[in-house]
Write a protein that binds this ligand. Sequence first.
Ligand code: NAD
Ligand code: GLY
Length: 366
Amino acid sequence: MQENKDMKTLKVELGNRSYPIYIGSGILVDRQLFTDHIKGKQTLVTTNETIAPLYLEKITAQLNSYNTATVILPDGEQYKTLDVLNRIFDALLMNKFGRNATLIALGGGVIGDMGGFAAACYQRGIAFIQIPTTLLAQVDSSVGGKTGVNHPLGKNMIGAFYQPQCVIIDTDVLTTLDERQYSAGLAEIIKYGLIRDAAFFQWLEENCDALMARDKIALAYAIEQSCINKAEVVSEDETETGVRATLNLGHTFGHAIETGVGYGEYLHGEAVAIGMCLAAELSRRMEWLNSADVARIINLIKRAKLPVDPPKSLSAEEFLQLMSVDKKNVDGQIKLILLKAIGQALLPMSVTDDLIRVTIESCSEC
Ligand code: NAD
Ligand code: GLY
């Protein structure tokens, strides 16, 4: 593969709410990208206490021609709450920011989801820009306009669909990301191969070692392919009335793990990785995947240094209880995304509690 230092631009096609995704090395300090997409003269940069010392100044340096304020939130999934969200509204109000202010979300999925939701709500909607700084946020959460916060009874239960003005993906910021967070991002990358891109799944198998070594070219390719897949799905089904639900492969199990074990114990990507293994095993029990397919999936997930077994502290009954609170459920019936084949996900389907129970129990014994 040839090294290409040029910035790539993809597009999420949503009519008059279409927006670009910029991917490149060092583009965080490309002032033009900001000025092209900021509305008005007031900007609020929202970030957290871990990312602020690393990247906040680089961003504010690009914004010296605007009236810029910053809000630095505590770091962690456990702070993705309505209470903490209020601090963003406090900052906007204390600075007397109006309807034509722009919110810039600088961080991982937690900051992106909260910043986007604050932008959706403040004065019924202000512009926002996503600057994702984790691999997971770069390949998934920053694209597509799902924003929100958690509720103690369910993850991401309070939120809105609200699209950004643009997404600025600087691959250089990943150099400061630790190994565990990096692997969590790989889970969502593997997801795209599983749900709709068998060739990409095979590429991931062939290039997993390069990705684990953070080879720049392999990484840029994986981010780009993931964003292409995500942008296509979102362009087809923005508000998840159909195909977008397939992006939730493994997520119903995963959200149950995150909520059941306690927010912050398992990283979102880790919980999704386990969930994808459970969904693969369930798909085998439906006789769509064979044992060799399941082995390929588990093997790739393990090579990405991700967990594959459900936590022993959660019983199958607890899983079922937690899975009964999910946005895909209809009339209280659990609906799951399963795989017809590697590279082909099915729309949400009802699965009996018994089949879910036996799948969880068989995987817990591994
Ligand atoms: P995160 O936002 O908690 O970030 C992970 C950790 O990495 C944090 O401690 C953060 O401070 C740190 N960090 C971020 N960037 C860094 C950098 N460049 N260098 C060093 N440290 C850095 O977690 P995440 O995995 O990015 O996102 C998970 C969240 O995203 C969950 O809340 C999940 O529900 C949400 N999500 C949303 C969507 C969506 O479509 N909106 C999709 C997937 C996940
Ligand atoms: N991460 C799931 C979605 O964006 O729909």
